[in-house]
Write a protein that binds this ligand. Structure first.
Ligand code: TXE
Length: 487
């Protein structure tokens, strides 16, 4: 794991993280390799003086960034960042694998190319940035609106897609003329530092994007000031609620991308091979650590046997092992704690809920955080493994008999992030999609996430939208109305 150490000292030399200025204590913690448990890297958390200084710098830098750089100049910098990232793709992918334990095959072909596209997509937005409207209220009054940045924003990231999280929050913030302080998950700090390095190389002025390392306490302190005008958060529902509550006191804007327990509905007329592949993608991709995963798999009673036979056969083919190996499809869980959480849910499924373990769910005999993908059958809606977000490779298979019944059961949850339907009857799928209480519906596919579309959840899965499209982009701006008396 030498690469990560080298990266940290390299970045320290370039003063990308906030560097110590006082003798105030700094907490240092060590991260372990997900593959074999060996010590990997030591991380030093930001302290109160670092946070205060970063906020002051971000305020000053934002003024320069918005007032002295035109939208086109800001766009050129993002565009250049996209090109630099293309050249550093392999390096970023490897660092991300070491931090997350996710497979190189996924990260190199999906995460980093998506991030390259995202930077370029936001760079092409200046044309719509100044969109406002002129209201014809009265002959003697010219009244119009325009969009302005919010000021200093904070991004707080999760550990499952760290680099994508950092890009998807920072790129829209920056293109609109905001500055951003970013706090990556304490488990996966490295790739945010690389993005800061890339932005700097692309010409982003000092202070506009800063990374602060540490745990939730650091993040909580960063947002505990009225100078921060928006918080973009990805993480658990519990933390999301705390942030929302605290933000209310300061009237800060928030977008909260939280958890889920999404239903995946398999209709009797579907293509079974395709539906099985969808269920595998929706449960085992990224080692099952995806907020939108379709972990409640509702299969029509009439095709249950065929579906399960194909599912087990296909799951057996998934190679579990070293995430750096291109052929590996399942790597280790991100941390020991998280692996233990998932193993506890597997125990609950077997012993407390009384579901039948059809496949997997074993911890591999190694010092790493490896679990085999796990399929439970004979599940019921009230079971804890069906109700609660596990965030690991635990698929619960349930059966249903008619459409209204399955929609009602799919909606009977506090979450509302995503849902999937596999069927050859597109008209039916479109009808059902309107009834599902979720922010994202997949039909004959699962977990696509093009950055051009808004992303977010209903109910306890979140507030607001992130990603492309006006609904999401305007969350990074204020709208101002101007009235001009012209007679
Ligand atoms: O989340 P936390 P964790 C779910 C998933 C997982 C569980 C716990 O079920 O098992 O959450 O994961 C920062 N104020 N998701 O512990 O604690 C923290 O430092 C401000 C779903 O990682 O919510 C980290 O950067 N920030 C999810 C980030 O919040 C605080 C992805 C997330 O940490 C804070 C990840 C506070 N008081 C986990 N406390 C998804 N939606 O995709 C912590 N943080």
């Amino acid at each position: 794991m030498k690469n990560v150490r080298t990266l940290f000292s390299h970045l320290k030399r370039k003063r990308l993280t906030v560097t110590p200025t006082t003798t105030e204590t700094r907490i240092t913690y060590e991260l372990q390799s997900a593959v074999d448990g060996s010590p990997r890297v030591k991380v030093t958390s930001a302290n109160s003086s670092d946070i205060q200084r970063a906020i002051e710098d971000a305020q000053l830098a934002q003024q320069v960034w918005y007032n002295d750089y035109s939208a086109q100049e800001r766009a050129r910098i993002l565009s250049k960042a996209s090109s630099i990232l293309s050249c550093r793709l392999d390096e970023v992918a490897q660092i991300e694998v070491m931090d997350t334990g996710r497979c190189i095959s996924e990260i190199r072909t999906n995460d980093i190319p998506s991030a390259i596209h995202m930077l370029s997509y936001y760079a092409h937005l200046p044309g719509i940035l100044s969109h406002g409207s002129v209201q014809d209220v009265h002959l003697s009054l010219l009244s119009y609106t325009h969009r302005e940045p919010l000021g200093v924003t904070v991004g707080i990231g999760a550990w499952n897609f760290p680099f994508l999280n950092t890009v998807s929050k920072s790129a829209p913030a920056l293109i609109f003329g905001n500055s951003m302080l970013y706090k990556p998950s304490e488990l996966t700090p490295s790739s945010a530092l690389i993005l800061a390095d890339i932005y700097r190389e692309a010409g982003l002025p000092e202070g506009v994007f800063q990374v602060l390392l540490g745990d939730g306490n650091v993040a909580a302190e960063m947002i505990h000031t009225e100078h921060v005008r928006k918080i973009s958060f990805t993480g658990s529902v519990e933390t999301g609620k705390k942030i929302y509550k605290n933000a209310a006191e300061k009237m800060q804007k928030v977008t909260l991308e939280l958890g889920g327990k999404s239903p995946l509905i398999i209709m009797p007329d579907c293509d079974i091979d395709r539906a099985v592949q969808g269920a595998i993608d929706a449960n085992f991709y990224a080692n099952g650590q995806v907020c939108s995963n379709g972990t409640r798999v509702y299969v029509h009673e009439s095709i249950k046997d065929d579906f399960l036979a194909t599912l087990v056969h296909q799951t057996e083919q998934l190679k579990v092992g070293d995430p750096m190996d291109e052929a590996t499809m399942i790597g280790p869980m991100v941390s020991k704690d998280h692996m233990n959480k998932v193993l506890e849910y597997i125990r609950i499924g077997k012993e407390d809920d009384g579901a039948t373990l059809l496949y997997g769910g074993e911890k591999l005999n190694s010092n790493g955080n490896f679990i085999t993908p796990c399929i439970f059958v004979d599940c019921h809606d009230h079971m804890r493994i069906v109700q609660e977000e596990v965030f690991g490779m635990l698929m619960s298979v349930l059966t249903f008999q008619d459409d209204d019944e399955v929609v009602a059961r799919a909606n009977a949850t506090k979450f509302g992030l995503a849902a999937g339907i596999y069927t050859n009857d597109i008209a039916k799928a479109l009808r059902l999609s309107k009834k599902l209480e979720v922010g994202n519906v997949y039909i004959n596919t699962y977990n696509d996430g093009p950055c051009e579309l808004p992303w977010g959840g209903m109910k306890q899965s979140g507030i607001g939208r992130e990603g492309g499209s006006l609904e999401a982009l305007y969350e990074w701006t204020e709208c101002k109305s101007v009235y001009v008396k012209i007679d």
